[in-house]
Design a protein around this ligand. Structure first.
Ligand SMILES: [Zn+2]
Length: 253
């Protein structure tokens, strides 16, 4: 199947640290902790240096924004296992620089949305956490199954940290629940320069709920983007200016 990248991305800085096109279809997700509090820009700078010898497909900054460093079509250098990274989408999450390497609520929520999106775009209906390296490596996933793996299985480090490690079962369950949610309406992710009926609906709702004062013309211009950011600020979401699934859900509540 063809590869795509997440519409949740709001910052892109492609890293030279990758092995080119994957040799294995995507059927794993590996969530990492950065072990320092950082922004998507910080990660971009780090991964842009060839001397870093490391990268990730995605990174989530302290404010919950999502960065793209290696397109999903390519193998990142992230998990100290080329077999794993050939088939995994890797995600670095901004975390504390001390054990248990906790991530804040905004990063956690953004990570769940990103994991859900990766599963959806890659045709997966279930996310599994088998909690064991041998079982995971031996497991032959069904075409609609995605499996979680962890960096600590291949390197002498605690990544993703005990905070995230202890929540992997919960992450798998929550993602599978979301993927099964048949009532959920699929609304398009909208951003600057998009046009159409969905944008008109969004402008009507923003005018109604936050007195945005927007012209309801179905055109996503800078003023509309500013009001999307304002709405996200009011409801406590990352201020990406992108009308993503989570912001839509809140707006339609
Ligand atoms: Zn790691």
């Amino acid at each position: 199947m063809g590869y795509s990248n997440s519409p949740l991305v709001s910052f892109t800085k492609l890293s030279p640290n990758n092995s080119g096109t994957r040799t294995h279809a995507i059927d794993r997700i590996t969530i990492h902790c950065t072990a320092y509090r950082c922004s998507v820009e910080n990660l971009g700078t780090l991964f842009a240096k060839t001397s870093t010898q490391a990268s990730a497909n995605y990174g989530i900054g302290e404010d919950g924004r999502v960065g793209l460093y290696v397109p999903e079509s390519k193998r990142s250098w992230c998990s100290s296992s080329k077999e794993n990274d050939q088939r995994a989408v890797t995600i670095e999450c901004s975390s504390d620089n001390y054990a248990p390497y906790a991530v804040n609520d905004t990063v956690y929520a953004a990570m769940l949305d990103l994991v859900e999106d990766i599963c959806r775009r890659n045709g997966k209906k279930k996310l599994l956490w088998l909690a064991d390296k041998e079982k995971t490596v031996a497991y032959q996933p069904e075409p609609d199954e995605m499996i979680l793996s962890v960096h600590r299985w291949w390197a002498n480090k605690s990544c993703p940290g005990d905070f995230l490690f202890s929540r992997l079962a919960e992450i798998a369950e929550e993602t599978t629940r979301r993927l099964k949610d048949e009532c959920e309406v699929t609304l398009p992710v909208l951003r600057l320069n998009d046009k159409g009926e969905f944008i008109k609906t969004m402008q009507i709702l923003l005018n109604k709920y936050i007195s945005a004062g927007l012209t309801e013309d179905g055109s996503f211009g800078p003023l509309t983007e500013k009001q999307v950011r304002r709405y996200q600020k009011i409801v406590g979401y990352p201020q990406t200016g992108i009308m993503d699934a989570k912001t839509w859900r809140h707006l339609l509540k």
